[in-house]
Ligand binder design. Structure first.
Ligand SMILES: Cc1ncc(COP(=O)(O)O)c(C=O)c1O
Length: 378
């Protein structure tokens, strides 16, 4: 047996992808599985965005470009962050990568030395730990409170002289909750007092229903120490396009750019032109999708509550996070095997006992899923 990378062998495969694969296998066998384990909008990319991409192809925009991304897109992103998020940045402080996932990877690689601790707020998205481990960093977890899903000051116990970065995600995948001003102020104070870099994953920013989204980089001096990550996958139904971005200070953007120069070079040129159209074009497509998700959110949280199930505050993203009061892996397996409803156990997000249901599925399928779960014998 050839000796291969022990580091990679020590990294678990993505739990969410495993469940989606099992559901897919069952479907192939002819079983009517309702997939509520998926993390992508069930809408197609709006027409004016695909059209801009096709036009770019026809116009010969098929060549190498600047490593940080085409200037037109860096400017559009910078304008968006300045006007919508009060993150005062310039096009020179923007990097465009192959999806927010790639952006997070580059951000962590750029900042972390072996043995540095990276504080991650739970429930946490499945890729944060592996990304930190790929940089030889040490993930350290701290839970949000399990009722309001906000940050409390007991987080201070987790800060050590080795804490280099804090990663969090709002609106949250998997909880659907949104961090409030108090939680974000606490993050700001912790980062400023302890010279910690914040990596704010804001990929679900546009899918928000009951609260205002606040970018931590807009608070105090946080722009000097924040990597603000966002992208096009969720807001514009562009998961397959693989376009994400970050805004960060020079000292972080430069090493991120170096990583990009020696790995992907830059995201696909004509796809970036589609992203320009997404940001510069009419935003009603985003609002229409948001409203549809909101209707589904109201339906599914109502149905779960009627079944006596407690959920995290469903304020954003497209997930209902359900407390099972039992073994989440066994409950999710039962829902899949007996009700043919695919959901993701909270263990995958470092919060055993919970289950994530994605409502990025049509209302008829959601109704059928709720019916099947409610009819399972006790
Ligand atoms: C919290 C979170 N961050 C980042 C990503 C990655 O998004 P992208 O498709 O832009 O890589 C996802 C996708 O599921 C996500 O849920």
């Amino acid at each position: 047996m050839r000796k291969l990378s022990e580091k990679i062998q020590g990294i678990p495969p993505s739990a969410t992808i495993e469940i989606t694969d099992k559901a897919r296998r069952m479907k192939k066998e002819g079983i009517d599985v309702i997939s509520l384990s998926i993390g992508e909008p069930d809408f197609d990319t709006p027409g004016h965005i695909t059209e801009a991409c096709i036009n770019a192809l026809n116009e010969g925009k098929t060549h190498y470009e600047s490593s940080r991304g085409i200037p037109e897109l860096c400017s559009a992103i910078s304008d968006k962050l300045n006007s919508e998020n009060r993150v005062f940045t310039t096009p020179d402080n923007i990097i465009v990568s192959c999806g927010a996932k790639d952006t997070i990877y580059e951000g962590v690689q750029a900042c972390i030395n072996p043995g540095d601790e990276v504080l991650i707020l739970d429930p946490s998205w499945v890729s944060y730990d592996p990304i930190v481990m790929l940089a030889d960093g040490k993930p350290v977890h701290h839970p949000l409170d399990d009722v309001h899903f906000q940050l409390k000051d007991d987080v201070l116990e987790k800060i050590t002289p080795k804490t280099r970065m804090l990663i969090f995600n709002t609106p949250s995948n998997p909880a659907g909750s949104v961090l409030n001003q108090d939680s974000l102020n606490l993050i700001k104070d912790i980062c400023e007092d302890n010279d910690i870099i914040a990596l704010a994953d804001e990929i679900y920013e546009k899918l928000i229903y009951e609260k205002e989204h606040i970018s931590v980089a807009s608070l105090g001096d946080m722009h000097e120490r924040t990597i603000t990550v966002n992208g096009f996958s969720k807001a514009y139904a562009m998961t397959g396009w693989r376009i994400g971005y970050a805004s960060a200070p020079d000292e972080i953007i430069k090493p991120m750019t170096k990583i990009q120069q020696h790995t992907i070079s830059h995201p696909t040129t004509f796809a970036m032109w589609g992203a320009v159209a997404a940001l510069r074009g009419d935003q009603s497509c985003v609002e229409n999708m948001r409203q549809e998700f909101d209707n589904r959110r109201k339906y599914i949280t109502g149905a779960l509550s009627d079944m006596g199930m407690r959920t995290a505050p469903a304020e954003g993203a497209f997930y209902a996070y359900v407390y099972t009061g039992g073994n989440d892996i066994e409950v999710a397996a039962r829902w899949l095997d007996e009700a043919h409803v695919a959901a993701t156990p909270g263990t995958a997000f470092n919060t055993p006992g919970w289950i994530r249901l994605s409502y990025a599925a049509g209302t008829d399928r959601l109704r059928e899923a709720m019916r099947r779960i409610s009819e399972l014998p006790e």
